[in-house]
Ligand binder design. Structure first.
Ligand code: F0G
Length: 401
């Protein structure tokens, strides 16, 4: 059994109510379980496949979930890049290997299952791309209608393609993500569509399993988990899950939660570095990493707490640093990720070089989305293939052998 709790005033609400914010004080909600009374046997979990649903006892879905086998993503040891940075234990959790190519699928398998559980048959979101792709996929699997709002001209091609082919009703708005989210939130409140942005606490329940899988794959708690931050839901979700592990007595320390933003869109970084109680919205966010082109992170309250309570930190990286790291991951480790995802590893590089994190730490970077999400940015960065006549002599001269 679970209920909803306000993270600010502590008011609790019945789980059957459809709420996106505390009706008393307007702050964020979280899903809470009766963990003290739960009998969890992690050995039984180990007998199930590594996936979101391995941990189903601490997820809110009661019936059969809408699933496409999300989670169970690889955790790669970055030996070559780690050696170059002087970090022996540097890992990347490749969330691009989920069904729609991003970590959003963990949230959507739970979120769309909850939509059905709550009797909803139209779901909606605003998105910088991946959320819309994932929602389209899971709505298709569930056989329900999805409406997605996108910032016009600022969504990577692969993500738009996914939203379209999976049958979502896609609307481009002449505005940015933050405006799209406000619009869709209003629409859901006034017209009863089910909102599946990360302000919906159920979505974050699925995403918390990233942390559980990391612990299972590493065989322990890493010193630090580093995530790219946009709307700040994912970093909050991973932290919430691991706090539940503490309550359940499964672990006794938390990793230092570390968030990386793009230089042109860094309200969380500013709040952490300047010790502000809340974020100051960035009205004109901009970065090549369009996934995290967000100026008003709705989950800031949870994310600031996650970073502060674990002794973590936040840092920003430039677009050049992001693109250089995307190429390095591709060429030195064989890991293809979209620009926002490379931000987490670029952030680690910057933080070790500036002495803000210790090279002896065991560090896991979450790389959030697949390379193929944003082929246009890749093609702009790389020389195109050389075109030659179809004969061997031309080939040999082109290869300069
Ligand atoms: N990485 C990728 C690839 C993303 O798509 C996102 C968010 C993030 C990181 C940041 O995660 O918002 O939980 O802090 N994308 C959202 C979307 C906003 O609409 O697809 P966050």
């Amino acid at each position: 059994m679970h209920h909803l709790t306000c993270v600010s005033c502590g008011a609790t609400f019945n789980a059957a109510q459809i709420l996106y914010q505390c009706p008393v004080c307007g702050h964020l909600l979280a899903v809470e379980y009766d963990l003290d009374r739960m009998e969890i046997d992690p050995r039984a979990w180990k007998e199930r496949p590594l996936s979101v649903w391995r941990y189903r006892e601490i997820l809110p879905v009661s019936g059969h979930p809408i699933t496409l086998q999300e989670g169970g993503t690889p955790l790669y040891h970055l030996k070559r890049m780690g050696a170059e940075m002087g970090i022996r234990e540097l890992y990347a959790k490749h969330e691009g290997m989920n069904p729609s190519g991003s970590f959003k699928d963990r949230g959507m398998t739970v979120g769309v299952s909850m939509a059905l559980q709550l009797g909803k048959n139209t779901v909606a979101c605003a998105s910088t791309g991946n959320t819309s792709a994932s929602l389209a996929v899971y709505a298709a699997k569930a056989g329900i209608h999805a409406v997605v709002l996108l910032p016009a001209g600022k969504v990577a091609l692969g993500k738009v393609a996914q939203a379209l082919i999976h049958g979502a009703e896609a609307i481009s708005i002449r505005g940015n993500f933050d405006q799209a989210l406000e619009m869709v939130h209003d629409l859901c409140r006034s017209h009863g569509l089910y909102l599946l942005n990360s302000i919906n606490p159920y979505r974050l329940e699925g995403q918390k399993t990233i942390g559980f899988e990391i612990l299972d794959q590493l065989g322990g708690v890493p010193d630090r988990i580093v995530l790219p931050v946009g709307n700040a839901g994912n970093i909050s979700a991973v932290h919430k899950g691991l706090k539940e592990y503490i309550t359940l007595g499964l672990i006794d320390t938390l990793p230092m939660m570390t968030g990386i933003q793009a230089e042109g869109s860094r309200p969380i970084v500013d709040a952490i570095q300047r010790g502000l109680p809340e974020v100051i919205p960035e009205r004109h966010p901009d970065t090549v990493a369009t996934a995290i082109r967000i100026g008003t992170p709705v989950n800031a309250e949870k994310a600031l707490a996650a970073i502060r309570q674990t002794g973590g930190t936040a840092e920003s990286v430039t677009d050049d640093e992001i693109l250089a790291m995307q190429k390095e991951l591709a060429r030195k480790e064989g890991i293809g990720v979209e620009p926002a995802s490379a931000a987490s590893v670029a952030g680690v590089k910057k933080l070790v070089e500036s002495g803000k994190i210790d090279r002896k730490e065991r560090i896991v970077c979450v790389v959030t989305g697949h390379l193929l999400k944003d082929p246009e940015t890749v093609v702009r960065q790389c020389k195109p293939p050389l075109e030659i006549d179809a004969d061997l002599r031309s080939l040999l001269s082109a290869l300069r052998l």
